[in-house]
Design a protein around this ligand. Structure first.
Ligand code: ADP
Ligand code: 5GP
Length: 231
């Protein structure tokens, strides 16, 4: 049975950076390429970042039940094709889905053993700096992304693991540990000492164990405007 890992994050948290690192070191992990109706951005290529399709094509795929899940995000459709899971299963691989919170909820309903990971920035200011340093967006787009991030972050409690992406090296280690520890737990094998350490590292990111760490992050996203202030 293939394991399914879901990863979600507000834009700019470092999700792509982390996923790219994980893909380099874990050949057993297949990456699902979503279908979307949004147009390609920058250097994106059809079949690499996404399959770019028209609304009519996407709706035909919905009718043909080709999607494991789909959702409308920022006015565009995004969906995970069933065939990626079927292919992963045929090849004895696990599957990684980079999808939003609506998609994560649908997958959890259909595949209860799916493992969900929410990546968070250490605070709002750091997220703003990362979005600025990435130099992909205008100031207006960055401010909109920050507002969206405040809403997205409130969904953190729907995920199994929370990864606060502070120091990149630590975050990569933690992500690796989560993936490996889930595999170990599903394999039922006896654990070596190294493997027990891996389980412990992953456990530190479990939702129940991060509540204290998460509260100041949530607080940093509560702006005076969001609290009903006038500034
Ligand atoms: P996302 O995919 O979540 O939108 P990116 O992976 O594009 O985010 O990361 C946003 C920016 O932050 C990029 O410039 C990336 O190099 C940088 N970045 C990612 N993780 C870290 C980190 N832990 N510390 C500092 N900068 C980071
Ligand atoms: P972007 O347009 O910036 O690449 O992605 C916008 C949002 O859509 C991100 O939160 C991303 O995780 C989400 N997304 C990408 N692919 C899918 C998908 O197949 N299904 C769902 N539900 N969300 C997706």
């Amino acid at each position: 049975m293939s394991l399914v890992y879901i990863i979600s994050a507000p834009s700019g948290s470092g999700k792509s950076t982390l996923v790219n690192e994980l893909r380099k070191i874990d050949p057993r992990l297949h990456f699902s390429i979503s279908y979307t109706t949004r147009p390609p951005r920058g250097s994106e290529q059809n079949g690499r970042e996404y399959f770019f399709v028209s609304r009519a094509e996407f709706e035909a795929m919905i009718r043909q039940q080709q999607f494991l899940e789909y959702a409308e995000v920022f006015g565009n459709y995004y969906g995970t094709a069933r065939r990626f899971l079927e292919e992963a299963e045929r090849n004895g691989c696990d599957l990684l889905l980079d999808i939003d919170v609506q998609g994560a909820e649908q997958i959890k309903q259909k595949i209860p053993h799916a493992v969900s990971i929410f990546v968070m920035p250490p605070d709002r200011k750091t997220l703003e700096e990362r979005l600025k340093n990435r130099s992909l967006d205008t100031e207006g787009v960055i401010q909109r992304r920050l507002v969206t991030a405040s809403r997205e972050i409130e969904n953190y409690h729907k995920y199994d693991y929370i990864l606060v992406n502070d120091r990149l090296k630590d975050s990569i280690e933690a992500l690796k540990a989560i993936v490996l520890s889930e595999r170990l737990q599903h394999s039922g094998a006896n654990l070596s000492e190294d493997q027990s350490e891996c389980l412990q590292k992953a456990a530190q990111c479990r939702l129940d164990n991060v509540q204290e760490r998460v509260q100041p992050i949530l607080a940093s996203f509560v702006t005076p405007a969001a609290q009903g202030g006038t500034t």
